[in-house]
Design a protein around this ligand. Structure first.
Ligand code: NAG
Ligand code: NAG
Ligand code: NAG
Length: 383
């Protein structure tokens, strides 16, 4: 606990200096074009501008920053071989490819990389997941001293043949990996071995509810007491309490207890017309952002904001607003890492990145029309 409060103090102190004008940069990936775009957000002017386009070996439909913001890891969603790319991002206008890792040894035919999640704890293992075909598997990658992906520690299998994990979340203490098993309609929980990042045997598999909920992405509150899942099938955010079960000498293990769900749709909407997308915590961990996409390109998706209590319990769904487009395959929401008020939203139906604030205002938009490739998910760079 003290570590968490310390973290909050640092963030608040930093935030205090940011209330004035500031600029932030973000990087956005694409679904099908081999580029990473660097954008600049100016909070004072309320503008989002194009800064650079880096040519890379592959489109990354999911990108994630490492613990110190020097390296970026991306999926290679179009590759027939399940693989991940490693980039140096210190020169924001010229993102450099450094390595490609092939995993998925325990997968069957047709699986493609879908998600990559770097641990914030040494030795900074990177968890990769797969989708499509026979994808009941995951890969744990190692990094070298500079953070470059440098090998496969191990491939592992999920228990059910129907498992397909679209997203994972790591507990703040780095002790557990939660996997959103969309294909198997479950949340899988593994222990993480501190020294290596290897996973222990499966701790628990919590079935999703209802039968077609299909958890897609997850977030865990830093206090460790709550987990949030966005359900692709039902377009809901489910709130789970994490109960640590005392196992004596073996320590404890987390048990997920679903408390309730919140709709990302309005009365009269048919869940079959939407697909739930993203759930993510604000910088201070007191807001939760969530989105769903419309399957019909002519319809619009939803974005929603929730207020959280200090322990992470959802207190209230503050608002549920329509996005300006269907979102296409995206509608990914990325809260700013320092400014608690802001989040970036992406779309590939027309190709844009937007910045929203917690009062449901759309503050800025940049269209990047590269033929349906842009924009997948965005990451904010450290200032
Ligand atoms: C990782 O853990 C699994 C058991 O959970 C074990 O079978 C495997 O050998 C371990 N791999 C490494 C590289 O430590
Ligand atoms: C969001 O932006 C609107 C429009 O600029 C502004 O009135 C509102 O105060 C902002 N909300 C927050 C929380 O900053
Ligand atoms: C968005 O990306 C998906 C996946 O590549 C693609 O199927 C779709 O056509 C794209 N959207 C548009 C409008 O091009």
């Amino acid at each position: 606990m003290p570590r968490i409060y310390h973290g909050l103090t640092v963030v608040l102190a930093f935030f205090g200096t940011l209330i004035e004008a500031y600029t932030s940069r973000l990087v956005v990936g694409t679904f099908s074009t081999p580029y990473l775009y660097t954008l600049k957000y100016d909070d004072d002017a309320g503008t989002l501008e194009f800064e650079a386009k880096s040519e890379v070996p592959a489109a990354s439909q999911w990108i994630a920053l490492n613990h110190d913001g020097t390296k970026l890891y991306g999926t290679d969603w179009n590759a027939q071989i399940p693989s991940f790319h490693s980039y140096d991002i210190r020169d924001r206008s010229n993102i450099k490819h450094e390595a490609t890792i092939v995993g998925g040894d325990t997968c069957g035919a047709g699986s493609k990389s879908i998600f990559v999640n770097p641990s914030p704890r040494p030795p900074y293992p990177v968890y990769g997941n797969y989708y499509y075909g026979d994808a009941h598997c995951g890969t744990i990658m190692t990094v070298d001293a500079d953070g470059v992906l440098d090998g496969v520690l191990t491939d592992y299998a999920y228990p059910s043949a129907s498992s397909q994990v679209h997203g994972t979340a790591i507990s703040a203490d780095g002790a557990y990996l939660y996997s959103a098993d969309t294909g198997g309609n479950a949340i899988q929980v593994h222990g993480i071995e501190a020294a290596t990042g290897n996973l222990s045997a499966l701790v628990e598999a919590t079935p999703g509810w209802p039968a077609d909920a299909n958890p897609r992405h997850l977030a865990v509150h830093p206090g460790g007491a709550y987990l949030y899942a966005v359900m692709e099938g039902t377009s809901e955010v489910a709130l789970y309490r994490i109960i640590m079960v005392d196992e004596g000498d073996a320590g404890g293990s987390p048990l997920l207890a679903r408390e309730r769900s919140y709709a990302l749709l309005l009365a009269g909407d048919d869940a079959a017309d939407f697909w739930g997308d993203e759930v993510a915590l604000s910088a201070r961990g007191d807001y939760l952002w969530a989105t769903t996409r419309a399957r019909d390109a002519a319809a619009r998706g939803y974005i929603s904001l929730f207020a959280l209590a200090a322990d992470g319990r959802i207190e209230e769904q503050l608002w549920l607003g329509r996005t300006t487009s269907s979102g296409g395959f995206a509608n990914s929401v990325a809260p700013h890492p320092v400014d608690n008020r802001l989040a970036a939203l992406t779309d590939n139906s027309t190709g844009f990145v937007q910045v929203w604030n917690t009062s449901e205002f759309l503050l800025a938009e940049l269209v990047i029309d590269d033929g349906g490739g842009c924009c997948a998910n965005a990451v904010w760079l450290p200032n």
